[in-house]
Design a protein around this ligand. Structure first.
Ligand code: ZN
Length: 602
């Protein structure tokens, strides 16, 4: 369940790479067409240079559209695409001249390439081979390098540009060399007070995208006497507009003679003059539409999609405008909406500087510490990876301990903060805490909010056999929920999740009949049908409803309860991103959802 948005991102990446491979093959072919059918002579050098630029440009676009977020992966893809480009060149050249690749090489070696028209000086033999090899090496070097550097850079979806524009450079004086040793991030930098008469300064550079929503900060030491830059303190560290505002304030207060950003960097909009976030907290149709969350972590999730509401909120929050989270929470009443807003505010693939700044500025805010905690959980799982075998275990555990500290702080400030209690379950799961303790988190989260879906889902997940429970505990919990929850509660989704989980385990032992063999047992079937009827009688609609509905639609379809499944699918509409329905792979197979709709007569 938790892999869905990650899978979609990977699908997009692979799909773009596939198309790019075709494009690069075509580019190679066009190059051969240009140079084989026409004697350009010395002008071919110009075509070659233009082509190298074109290849690098297309490579950068592929890295952007393909959401390639790692430099190494970018370089690897670049190498792969370069191979396709060269294959295109060779194959088309062979086709045009009606020769095999080796005959083509032989022809070039013997006849060479005439530089100044027919019969003039020709590059041939060894000289041609060297020139040709150099060109190939250049392509093999330029394309991966372009994609490598693009993979490192942030890309802004709002203004469709990367963080390449240098907006502000400044030297801030003066510090003791000793105090600079402890500086590692924006927060520790802004703890420093300057003007101590020390012999060091810091050299700052901020690069942003066109609209300045995304930025990167580089900080070097600066030797005042020698007017020279020294060791790098921070390199290309992401900085939000709010972080940038705070940095400008800090520079102004620290060194009156330091250069401040020019007027083209409009930071006013993030300061006092910002707009309140006051979209109405209700769906456009009958129910919230589930939209894919592109820049989320795709990890450690309760809720992996956005609604129009949380998507709009995330545009502001992504700029570091954390007040949008507070404003949204102030409007939300349903605990499930509240939990979705919290998670939408905290779920980011890239590190977010504003979360730490927010906690520093408002240490008494339970909301700030909860967002920080959820973000730590997400970062922990990004370190760990989604697979069976955890990676980077010390970092994983360290981040989970930080998360637990944040949640403890949040619940100490506000013991009624159910979201903070609930996320302790998730952190506790990673930390391997015992059931007695984790159950207390669950009880604290649901005491005043029995409908709290996230708390139920997280505790159910803890109780699965793959974590710290067993089939019996899982089913015991599901039946407890079925017995105790009132009609209309989204928490009843857990009954379906628990039986699905066990059915899937049975499938691993018996691929053919394990899944349905389990679900078709009378008491299992009756649990699921009753939970569905109860959950959707006077259902209390919230942002988690589409997910719960999709899950029950799937289970009812599997059980042959066509009428019930159909009723859900009529509300869901033509597509759903929610598991256990899975998306098609490269259009080769039909989506299970489309199949299910057909089976139910839609
Ligand atoms: Zn931008």
């Amino acid at each position: 369940m938790s892999a869905h948005s990650k899978r979609s991102i990977e699908m997009r990446t692979w799909f773009v790479i596939l198309i790019a491979a075709c494009i690069f093959f075509g580019l190679g072919g066009v190059y051969s067409l240009l140079t084989s059918t026409h004697q350009w002579g010395i002008a071919a050098a110009g075509i070659m240079v233009a082509y190298i630029f074109l290849i690098a440009y297309v490579g950068i676009q592929v890295a952007r559209f393909g959401l390639i977020k790692s430099a190494n992966f970018g370089a690897l893809v670049g190498l792969f695409l370069a191979a396709f480009y060269l294959a295109g060149e060779l194959i088309v050249a062979g086709l045009i001249e009606q020769v095999s690749i080796w005959q083509w090489y032989g022809g070039r070696w013997n006849d060479g390439y005439e530089l100044f028209g027919a019969g003039s000086f020709a590059i041939k033999g060894f000289l041609w081979a060297v020139a040709y090899s150099l060109r190939i090496l250049l392509i093999l070097f330029v394309l991966p390098t372009a994609m490598l550097s693009e993979g490192e850079r942030q890309f802004c979806e709002l203004c469709k540009s990367s963080t390449t524009k240098t907006r502000w450079k400044s030297v801030v004086k003066s510090f003791d060399p000793a105090v600079l040793v402890g500086v590692s991030d924006l927060r520790s930098l802004m703890m420093l007070g300057g003007g101590s008469g020390g012999e060091r300064g810091v050299w700052l550079r901020v690069r942003t995208c066109k609209c300045a929503s995304l930025g990167e900060l580089t900080v070097d030491q600066y030797k005042i006497e020698a007017e020279q830059r020294g060791d790098t303190i921070m390199k290309d560290s992401p900085i939000s507009p709010i972080g940038l505002c705070r940095l400008v304030e800090w520079v102004r207060a620290t060194d009156g003679s330091a250069e401040l950003p020019g007027s083209d960097l409009d930071l006013e909009q993030f300061g006092a003059n910002r707009q309140m976030f006051d979209l109405p907290l209700k769906p456009a149709g009958n129910e919230w539409e589930s939209l894919h969350r592109w820049n989320g972590s795709g990890m450690g999730m309760e809720w992996g999609c956005d609604t129009e509401y949380t998507r709009a909120m995330r545009v502001l929050v992504g700029k570091g405008d954390f007040r949008a989270i507070e404003e949204s929470l102030a409007m939300a009443e349903d605990i499930n909406d509240i939990a979705c807003i919290y998670e939408a505010g905290a779920d980011w693939y890239d590190p977010q500087d504003w979360i730490g700044l927010w906690c520093d500025e408002q240490p008494g805010s339970s909301v700030a510490h909860t967002v920080a905690g959820i973000n730590h959980v997400k970062r922990a799982w990004l370190e760990r990876g989604g697979g069976w075998t955890p990676k980077h275990v010390p970092e994983f555990m360290g981040l989970l301990n930080l998360a637990m500290e944040s949640f403890d702080r949040a619940t100490a400030i506000d013991p009624e903060n159910a979201t903070a209690h609930a996320w302790k379950i998730y952190a506790g799961k990673g930390l391997g805490q015992e059931d007695e303790r984790v159950r207390l988190y669950f009880d604290a989260a649901t005491r005043s909010h029995p409908d709290f879906h996230a708390a139920h889902w997280m505790y159910f997940d803890y109780l699965t056999a793959k974590w710290y429970g067993s089939e019996e505990q899982c089913i015991g919990f599901a039946r407890e929920v079925l017995k105790n929850r009132a009609a209309g509660s989204a928490a009843l989704g857990v009954v379906a999740y628990a039986h699905f989980e066990i059915a899937r385990e049975r499938m691993e032992k018996d691929k053919k009949a394990g899944f349905m063999g389990y679900l078709n047992q009378p008491e299992v079937r009756s649990d699921i049908v009753r939970a569905n009827d109860l959950a959707f009688t006077d259902h209390r609609m919230s942002m988690v409803t589409p997910r719960v509905r999709a899950f029950f639609a799937y289970m009812l379809w599997q059980l042959g309860e066509t009428q019930g499944a159909k009723a859900h699918m009529e509300i869901i509409g033509k597509t759903t991103p929610w598991d256990p329905f899975s998306a098609s792979v490269f259009f080769l197979s039909k989506e299970t959802y489309t199949k299910a709709r057909k089976a139910c007569g839609l």
